[in-house]
Write a new protein. Sequence first.
Length: 757
Amino acid sequence: MPRIIWTLSIVFWLFITFGQAAREWTPEVKAYLFHTVRKSPILERNIGKAFEYSGPLVLLENGQINYDSVDKILTIEPNYLVIRQELLGRCSKGILTEACNKTALYEMCRQISDYTSGEALKSLPLLSRYFSCVFEALPDEYQRGKNYDFLLNNYVSPLLLTNVSFNERLYFAQTEGGFKAVDCKKLFEAQEKAVNKVISERTKQLFFSLGGRSNRFESFLMAAGDGSYTEGLLRERDRDEYGEWNKGLPKAIGLFPYEVMLRGERNSELKTLRTSEKSITTYGNQQNTEVHFDVWGYNTLNQTTVIVEKGKRQYPLFGSESTRFLTPDSSFSKGITFMKILNDLYQATFLDLKEQLYGKEGLEPQLLAAQRSLGEIELAINQKEGELGELYKDDYRTRNRMKRAERKRLKEVKLGHEKDAKPTTKARKKAKNKKQWDLIELYGAYDETGALIDDLTNSYNELAEHYHSYATLYTKYKSLLGSAWQPFTVREGLYTFSDGTTFDIYTQNLTFPPNDSAELVQVRLLSIPEDFEGNKSDEIMMHVSMVDAEPFYDADFEIRFQDVFPSDAYQFSGIIFSLQDSAFFETLFKEFKKNTLPIEFLLEGEGIGKWTDSMLSRDPLQIEMTEYPGNTAAEKREARESKAFKSLRQSRLHIKIKHSIQIHISSTTDPVVSNVNAAFFPVEALIKNHQISRNEMLSILRTRSLLLQLKKELVANCAKYLSSTDAKRFIEELEKAFAKSKYTVGNKQIKLPKLKD
């Protein structure tokens, strides 16, 4: 019976890459890799068992191992260290990438140190490549003359200052190199391209030489903040056996690139951005996409915030107070968080400023009231001026004696016939004087109200400017965080989002489930400002990697059955486990006894299969053929047994022990239409009700047959490794999972009826 166990499947590949690995790993590099794995908790927990050191130990005063001394020992005698590549090939790809990235950074820092000590550049290949990439990205004027000499200067070149802040490197470029802000921008943008290109290339090289496999590999460094100082994740301060401070591992903060922009009058200042964003693309082709995060410069007073966005969905990750690791859980009991900054900004913008502007007693209502009052005053002035004008239409009387016409008019008034009697000179003077005083008062009120409107307008405009500035900032912060955070559930450190994406706190891997097409993913690193309007903000640095991975590539047990079923048949008559699997059973039942891990079935009837990048998966088109090619029965039989058809008739079983016991079984068929049928099984009804093909139905039945055999063998073996009580619990968990099991066919979930075979 065809049988492929995972540990055997990589032997041939390791044999091919062994020669390359030998060239990549000098004694110094191997010593550093061992050093960084032992000093990094996440690396030690996940891949520590792959490193076996048999040399002498040098201890510090506190009893801990002095790895600086071990480095020197391994440089002289590298055979003291054995690296189990077969174990590294099965570990988390993100973890392996992190170890390789730290190794690449170490190599760069070591070669820079050698260069500053006078060693020739031609003997330092990684540094030479770095300089080459920097100058390729710079304009021609930097390729010669004093600029060229300055950048190659082994004492003051900002390209070589790996253990100082961005602001210090900027200072060196401006004072020692005479660079203007615009020149510095070109320099640091060129450095960003160069360092990410060179470190990524070296990381990838080491990744493959250690047993890593991936069709797409991306790795980059990023930083955000105000460019001041931060602590490196690998910074050590142990005293050696002589009481002196160890040099420890390099901080390498000078190699983490910031995004920069010109500010100030005539772009006279170069500032780092408070956020950094990078784009990556998932692989598709029914492969998982594993995005790994390694945070440097962790600050317990500020909560690290990373937003991952795919499509319109966000997967936020936050620094944990109790560990240095990211987690989707945003709870953070002390210190400053990005959410606190956002809430403070909301309070200041939409509650305080908005109330001052638009509230009941706000500036806008006051301004509108003052404008209405001014309009009323202006109307009153126009009215008074009109009335006063009427009084000035008739001349003043200058003689005591009336004219005859005037006397006649007054006589008519007495008789009640006069309709337009006018006052005497004295009365008219009083009326004019009163209206003039009224106008004077109105003019005064008009001027006062106008001045009030000017003051209110100035205050309103000033406050509105603040409000709109804060509102813009609030909108920006909100857009950085996103509004479609995916809900999640958590169990044993594994966070599962609603769309099936997972985040493992123990590996720091965000894993997107397989699909057919590539998708754009954006990674945003957010620096925490001291307050929402402050210029200072926390420094945060991060390494991010992305690889594609075949689902269950890190399974603890794997077996593949190649064309073990007769045509249109689905009854499995073989066995799954053998005596070789006793070690696996010991691990399985030991972990179950320790944690009572839940059991999960992931069952797939994939129908017609398709090979993509050496991986067999479901063909999304599911186009069936009526028969095998050929003109005769013999030709058709030959076609059926050909590799093109035979390789598609496969069933696979994976068992992964981690946060739960995951059991994955899948089956694929060739494209020739099946005639599957069963007297005891409602095949036609299931095909009709779920609108699936006969090949999909056949693959479901083959997966089910393997499941029944697996269940039988697990029940038989559990009693050999567990007490009767624990065995009973295991069988109960197995039955519970079996009862809930469903079969995935494309995007459909199918629950099979209870059957008696």
